[in-house]
Design a protein around this ligand. Structure first.
Ligand SMILES: Cc1ncc(COP(=O)(O)O)c(C=O)c1O
Length: 345
């Protein structure tokens, strides 16, 4: 039976061209700055996102943690959405490792943070009772907001607010290239207003491992130090970076196919009884839908689909998440809809 794994775009496997590039990659000790393949990937990443420099790190989680540690000291505060990946799913690392105080503000359904709510969360630096606010964290695309893409222009407003209070902005761009493709803009435009941006090679871009932290040359110098603190300094990491270079060269434009497949999936699911979903809200490759009261429980639908070779994730409440990616074809969406129809008739 064909397996259709829609649990996440992290399940993607490297392409044949990536495996070939990994096999022949020129290598050196990257902690000495001597791996030519890592150096090439870092230069390419910085150029793509429009920042001065970049550093290759093992994961998106470490990328975000490095950025928070580089921006904030112990007892300082980062304003962050209550549904941000960094807040929900990164094991509280910034608090555990960095003593950084997260100050949550509600995410809007479009992934944004209301500007007035952000402003209200900024602390008076002259009041000794308060932690000192340092950072505003945003996420684009937004995982828990169904892959929502931040509206162009929104970040410029956050930038203006941050500048008024002397704050920095970190963008969790794990799926930055999905946002860029969805908007039809260069990734550099999407990341322009952020002081630091992280992005993942191992999600929709399908490389096996790795993320990049990008920012000013000085910021990246700090980030390299934090990477070392966390044990993320890798040696002949060019074997991994080689796949990342192929990812940036060959896997960005095709993300549009994933977005088209997600939209088809959402449109088909929205027509089924018991499913609550507005397909027009799906902007990238993540489809989150709800099962109405009276419909099967999410665990039941997920199990029924799994028995037909289709994997989705129940993500709490009555919600289920499906993510399209490299390896999922238009025909797989038809098979998935057929199976869901049979289970929900
Ligand atoms: C928005 C976002 N940020 C960060 C991460 C963390 O990436 P990693 O799994 O590589 O640690 C994820 C992973 O799904 C994510 O969706």
């Amino acid at each position: 039976m064909r397996q259709i794994d829609l649990r996440s775009d992290t399940v993607t496997l490297p392409t044949p061209a990536m495996r070939q590039a990994m096999a022949v990659a020129e290598l050196g000790d990257d902690v000495f700055g001597e791996d030519p393949t890592v150096n090439r990937l870092e230069a390419m990443a910085a150029e793509r996102v429009g920042k001065e420099a970049a550093v290759f790190v093992p994961s998106g989680t470490m990328a975000n943690l490095i950025c928070l540690l580089a921006h904030c000291g112990r007892g300082e505060e980062a304003i962050i959405g209550h549904m941000a990946h960094t807040f929900l799913f990164e094991a509280g690392g910034s608090a555990a490792v960095g003593g950084i105080h997260p100050h949550t503000v509600p995410n809007q359904p479009d992934g944004s943070l209301d500007l007035a709510a952000v402003e209200a969360a900024i602390r008076d630096p002259n009041n000794a009772h308060y932690p000192r606010t340092r950072l505003i964290c945003l996420e684009n695309t937004h995982n828990r907001c169904s892959g929502a893409v931040l509206a162009p222009g929104y970040m410029a407003q956050v930038r203006a607010l941050a500048d008024r209070y002397g704050l920095r902005i970190h963008l969790d761009g794990a799926r930055l290239f999905n946002a860029a493709v969805a908007l039809g803009l260069p990734a550099a435009d999407v990341a322009r207003d952020a002081d630091s941006v992280s992005f993942c090679l191992s999600k929709g871009l399908s490389a096996p491992v790795g993320s990049l932290v990008c920012g000013s040359a000085e910021f990246v110098r700090q980030a390299r130090r934090q990477r070392k603190v966390l044990g993320g300094g890798m040696r002949q990491a060019g074997v991994l970076a080689a796949a990342g270079i192929v990812a940036l060269e060959t896997m960005v434009e095709r993300l549009a196919d994933d977005h088209g497949n997600a939209r088809c999936l959402a449109e088909g699911l929205a027509r089924l009884p018991g499913i609550v979903l507005d397909p027009a809200s799906i902007q990238s490759n993540i489809v989150i839908f709800e099962l109405a009261a009276g419909a099967p429980a999410p665990a039941e639908l997920v199990a029924g689909l799994a028995a037909r070779g289709i994997k989705m994730g129940a993500i709490g409440g009555r919600r289920i998440r499906a993510v399209t990616h490299y390896g999922i074809e238009a025909a797989d969406i038809e098979i998935t809809l057929e199976a869901a129809r049979a289970l929900l008739h």
